[in-house]
Ligand binder design. Structure first.
Ligand code: SAM
Length: 316
């Protein structure tokens, strides 16, 4: 695979300093970058690791392999992070000291018109991060029931007119099929609220992307495995870009489940394995926002594995 020449041309990393501080990197620790992308965060972690430290990075997009870092302490695993435990075990890793996940898509994925992630470019309606598997967004919009489309537009796009949008998609596919981003835009164009056309289109694309890539389920699986793998005192840092992901992370960090309800034992002691490090999510500084507009919706949450077993939630 050819090396991508300029690191930041692929993706400009968000809140690098904040992530490093959150991870609290130990020089001899074993770390995971669950979303390698352009490798910006991985490079920063490697700078803080000593000769004994190790960094395992995951990315399900084959294009990310072009950014692989030539360093004996580094290993890139081209897989979905929902298989975190399985692939780490393949490398003999059973415990880790920290994990970072910078969710969502890279600028590279958005900028490549033929991947279908961009609402602005015309290209095949694909939207898969891993092009080896699964159905494309075109498959989805051409085959799903109207009610399934409505549900995912409502759930993952938080679109109030999901019913009309799903109907318009089905009408269009019956007339002429939908194979490109342009076809999808044409199908829904008349339903985009004035002044909010781009935002609404972005939410439609987000809904399809979440469904096509099984993003929320992958996140749930990764979080559960990460907590199992973490050594006591180890940190997990997750950066999310929309409220559906952030809610899952917030609930899981706080309560150890995705509903966010803290379970107590017989004596009323909360049964939680993580301690929330920052009560409120960390957001990018004004200075970073000037440099990198994509940082504007990022929310970083950090939690630490309790020293032994389940812990009281007194500091949460
Ligand atoms: C926002 S980018 C990460 C950018 C990276 N932190 C950097 O500094 O360049 C997200 C990356 O995570 C990858 N990704 C998203 N979901 C994934 C999953 N479930 N498993 C593995 N990789 C995933 C995407 O392919 C994308 O390259």
């Amino acid at each position: 695979m050819e090396k991508n020449s300029n690191d930041y041309a692929y993706h400009m990393p968000v809140m690098v300093e904040e992530c490093l501080e959150g991870l609290n990197v130990r020089r001899d620790g074993i770390y995971v970058d669950a979303t390698f992308g352009g490798g910006g965060h991985s490079r920063a972690i490697l700078e803080h690791l000593g000769a004994e430290g190790r960094l395992y990075a995951f990315d399900r997009d084959a294009d990310a392999a072009g950014n692989a870092i030539d360093d004996s302490r580094f290993c890139l695993i081209g897989e979905n992070f929902c298989h975190l435990k399985r692939f780490l075990r393949l490398y003999g890793v059973r415990r880790i000291d920290g994990l970072l996940a910078d969710l969502g898509v890279s600028s590279h994925q958005i900028d490549e018109g033929e991947r279908g992630f961009s609402t602005r470019m015309d290209g095949p309606l694909d939207l898969r991060m891993d092009r080896r598997e699964g159905r494309t967004a075109a498959d989805l919009v051409n085959t799903a029931d109207e009610s399934e489309l409505e549900q995912l537009l409502r759930l993952y796009g938080e679109l109030p007119n999901a019913h009309q949008l799903a109907r318009a998609i089905v009408e269009r596919r019956t007339e002429s099929g939908i194979s490109t981003t342009g076809d999808l835009k044409a199908a829904v164009e008349r339903l985009l609220p004035r002044g909010r056309e781009n935002k609404t289109l972005a939410m439609i694309f987000q809904a399809l992307r979440i469904e096509v890539n099984g993003e929320l389920e992958a996140l749930r699986q990764m979080l559960e495995q990460a907590v199992e793998l973490l050594n006591p005192g180890g940190r997990i840092c997750v950066m999310s870009y929309h409220s559906l992901e952030d809610r899952l992370v917030k609930n899981y960090f706080r309560a150890g489940n995705f509903e966010g309800e803290v379970v107590k034992d017989f004596y009323g002691v909360p049964q939680v394995e993580l301690k929330v490090v920052n009560r409120k999510p960390i957001t990018a500084s004004e200075e970073e926002l000037v440099r990198n507009n994509r940082a504007r919706s990022a929310k970083l949450r950090v939690a630490e594995k309790a020293e032994s077993g389940k812990r009281k939630a007194e500091s949460i």
